[in-house]
Ligand binder design. Structure first.
Ligand code: AOF
Ligand code: ZN
Length: 370
């Protein structure tokens, strides 16, 4: 089989893997196909967290009349087959047990309990292994999972909406707000919906104290059919009013503060609706402390939605992977809260999506009349 055929089948694995979107986190999305004599005889993907892995579903999908071909087929899988007993037994053992002679892998699994051990198991059982086919695409598909396991922090997406003159909103200290607490609407119905889609793709969403008061956001995904991320807010001295929508108890909300801690089990808190308090210390970097907490909560992705000071502190600490900015080109505010500034030199700025291979910058411009 030549490299192009390997890529064709790996693309199919990637397509299948994506069918698991929204249902498998914190596990990765994985797809697999079984190929005999240049024909696909089985396909599968990881459908749901806790359920069988892609390889198992792929092997089980082979029709009874083709099962004898399994031991002469090549298994393609977008992620290294697992080697550990987790919620399911090791896929590498199943492959060996089914006498599959050759496995083509997209990328290595960074999860510490696998991380090369799946490949080793296959090789030591005499299975031929080809790896690194469409590696970049396979890693990109699970960028949250990879960032979490290699950097020991969530994948961080920064998002803000700004006016044409790079303002996020009124500044009460400048006195240009009609009211002390007032929200400026920069975006339209389309981008509001899009932001809810983005929210549904992240496991947690974080805002600062000022944004919580000024906007009183719900931080849910009511405009998009998807999962609600865990809501997170910074309130160092616990001064936020209890009537805010964030505190309605409908989904888990975590308050980073310097006064009290109510979380007993970091691994389960993200599944517990209600308000939870996580204590930080003033002497250390707040961003770092939040990252550590999220790592231990097994939260693999975070959307930082403002305000300016919080977003800028993530930028200053070089703690971000992707920025998504919406600009309303017809709205000028004059004075107001300045939008964050991405550090020069780290990005290629252009319309649409640009990447410097480390980070992605997406800029959406609204041009409709107000
Ligand atoms: C595979 N194929 O389709 C997936 C894999 O708790 P478990 O048993 O579901 O194991 C979760 C880990 O298995 C996850 O962290 C990742 O390393 C790997 N996921 N492996 O061989 C799959 N989803
Ligand atoms: Zn597995």
């Amino acid at each position: 089989m030549n490299a192009t055929s390997h890529e064709t089948y790996m693309y199919r694995c990637l397509q299948l893997a994506q069918l698991g979107v929204g249902n498998v986190a914190p596990n990765p999305m994985v797809g697999a196909v079984l190929v005999h004599d240049d024909k696909i005889i089985g396909e599968g993907y990881h459908r749901k967290y806790g359920e069988p892995h892609a390889e198992v579903n792929c092997i089980n999908s082979v029709s009874p009349d083709k099962q004898e071909l399994i031991s002469q087929s090549t298994l393609y899988v977008s992620l290294e087959p697992c080697a550990h007993f987790g919620k399911t037994p090791p896929c590498a053992d199943l492959i060996v047990h089914m006498n599959i002679p050759r496995v083509v892998i997209g990328c290595r699994d960074p999860f510490a309990q696998v991380d090369g051990k799946g490949i080793e198991k296959l090789l030591s059982a005499g299975v031929e292994v080809v790896s690194g086919i469409l590696e970049k695409e396979c890693r990109e598909l699970n960028k949250r999972f990879f960032t979490f396991h290699t950097c020991h922090r969530p994948y961080i997406m920064l998002k803000w909406a700004q006016t044409a003159d790079s303002k996020l909103g009124y500044s009460s200290s400048l006195g240009n707000s009609p009211l002390p607490v007032s929200r400026l609407f920069i975006t339209n119905a389309f981008t509001n919906r899009l932001v809810h889609k983005w929210r549904s793709e992240q496991m947690a969403i974080l805002i600062g104290t000022h944004t919580a008061i000024q906007d009183d956001p719900s931080l849910n995904t009511r405009l998009w059919p998807g999962n609600h991320p865990v809501r997170m807010v910074i309130d160092k001295q616990l001064t936020l009013p209890s009537g805010l929508k964030l505190f309605d108890g409908s989904i888990p909300t975590i308050v980073f503060n310097e006064r009290k801690n109510t979380i007993e089990n970091l691994k389960v808190v993200r599944q517990q609706p209600g308000v939870h308090y996580y204590q930080v210390v003033s002497s250390d970097s707040l961003v770092q402390q939040i990252m550590n907490a999220l790592y231990h909560m097994e939260i693999q992705s975070l959307l930082v939605e403002g305000g300016s000071v919080l977003l800028q502190s993530f930028i200053e600490e070089d703690m971000w992977d992707e920025a998504r900015v919406i600009t309303n080109e017809n709205l000028f505010l004059g004075e107001g809260l300045a939008a964050p500034v991405l550090r020069q030199g780290t990005l290629i700025f252009s319309e649409g999506i640009a990447s410097d291979t480390i980070r992605t910058y997406q800029h959406i411009k609204l041009n409709e009349p107000l």
